[in-house]
Design a protein around this ligand. Sequence first.
Ligand code: SF4
Length: 453
Amino acid sequence: MADESGHRITDTPETADVIVVNTCGFIGAAKEESVDTILEMAAFKKSGRCQRLVVTGCLSQRYPEELHREIPEIDHLLGSGEVAKVAAAIRGSDQVVDVAAIPAYLYDHTTPRPASQASYFRYVKIAEGCDRPCGFCIIPKLRGPQRSRRIDSIATEVEALSRQGVVEINLVAQDLTTYGTDLPFDVDRPQDRPSLANLLRRIGSPPKGQADFLRWIRLHYTYPTATTDELLAVMADSPRVVRYIDCPLQHIDDKLLKLMRRGYVGKSVYAMVERARKYLPGVFLRTAFIVGHPGETESAFQKLCDFVTEVELDHVGVFTYSQEEGTPSAELADLVPPNEAEQRRRELLRLQRKVAKKKRKELLGKSIEVLVEGQSEESEYLLKGRHSGQAPEIDGHVFLTLGESNPDVQLRPGDLIWAKVTRGADYDLVAEVESVIQPAMRTQQSRRLPVIG
Ligand code: SF4
């Protein structure tokens, strides 16, 4: 498939004339991975047919001069806001380093987007950048101030994807809950104010009289104190919006939250979880914590452990603190030794594993909606999918078997089905196929998948 500039995309770097590496510069581990990938791709200039190496994204936004100096194989360096210049760089522009001090790019529904995911799910970015002051975070410097897309643009993209057979849309932004605060609106028409709640009012129900496939809209990420009653009530009233909230909490200890400049205290986090469960019974909650931030004492960490055990969230990611130059947290004293931070990360994950096991058990015997994804890597005879409480790429899978009552069912990626949970592991489930709720859109590529009992 050729794109608008006449280039064809290949998945194999050894056959590419030009390689574009999109980098991340968020934390230490991501920076290392990005540099390793650049070096790996640079080798294809010798061993493959690659003639030009283009590096884009947050790492080149953050360290353009250093990368230019240290890795001479790089032909062009573009910042995180120079997306529109990638085609020129592929052709070979004169400008080697092109990085704006403040990134301003924002795509809309007219921007051509070749799909890099399976045909039944998409990420839709509704805003770029962030205005929050979190002390540990370099993202506002890398991505610039928040720029929100218009509700009309997002709705047009979402409905077009739905007509094309997309069943699941993951709305993404650095902080979904501040969506729209940078856009103008008519003060006499507060009902039209661009906000996440109003966006969900617009796209959260299927349009009448139109063929549509979209069944799951998922939110990544909300801010604890901005996950308001209004938002939760709209989620509850929107049939397409899944009962799933991805809300990074970062910590629970008041002193740590203050050092992190998060603008809330532990009590508000407990209250948010309670409110979410009141408005959305059965809601799946995902969060992320940072351990080892400067000033995290043993007793502060213990509070985090107590929270995880007590509140029983569904999915928890734990990161060790990464000191990022240019952030307020990097100036703080009372550093936690890296090995201590790593031990805390493991301990928190150990506690969460117990919670996760208990939660999986609660699903045993229940019928759940599953989006079929394809063959499992575990076995060519097993299919895998996800239920609505499992986000793509991060939350585990449901492995599917056929029951005696249902031996002939044929499934395709993108089918939405009912399945009964028969077994649960730490993060995955096994379920028996019951019936098809909505078949996937038939395309020339769609094919039946074998399932065994
Ligand atoms: S809200 Fe998220 S992206 Fe924004 S500064 Fe805080 S941690 Fe960074």
